[in-house]
Ligand binder design. Structure first.
Ligand SMILES: N[C@@H](CCC(=O)N[C@@H](CS)C(=O)NCC(=O)O)C(=O)O
Length: 77
């Protein structure tokens, strides 16, 4: 499963979501507008920054939109 932490209106998040759309990838989106989700993000990744990808199948997690786009292109295109 690919979980993507996002924030509404975040251009870096939209870049990842657009790439996912092009590749036909469905993310389980979690919006940090919800304080509980934001706390979960910080707990998992160590800082409050979106987008943040968690790939449970591969045991991979990462920040940085360009890295996320490159990762999904490499593994899920
Ligand atoms: N270099 C990062 C920039 C990410 C970034 O600046 N994200 C902003 C939202 S657009 C953020 O997480 N801000 C903290 C917050 O909204 O609480 C990337 O490309 O992913």
């Amino acid at each position: 499963m690919l979980t993507l932490y996002v924030k509404t209106g975040c251009p870096f998040c939209n870049k990842v979501l657009d790439a996912g759309g092009e590749l036909g990838i469905a993310f389980d989106e979690k919006d940090i507008a919800d304080d509980a989700v934001a706390a979960e993000l910080v707990s998992r990744g160590g800082k409050r920054q979106v987008p943040y990808l968690v790939d449970t199948d591969r045991g991979v997690a990462m920040y940085e939109s360009d890295d996320i786009v490159a990762y999904v292109r490499e593994h899920y295109a």
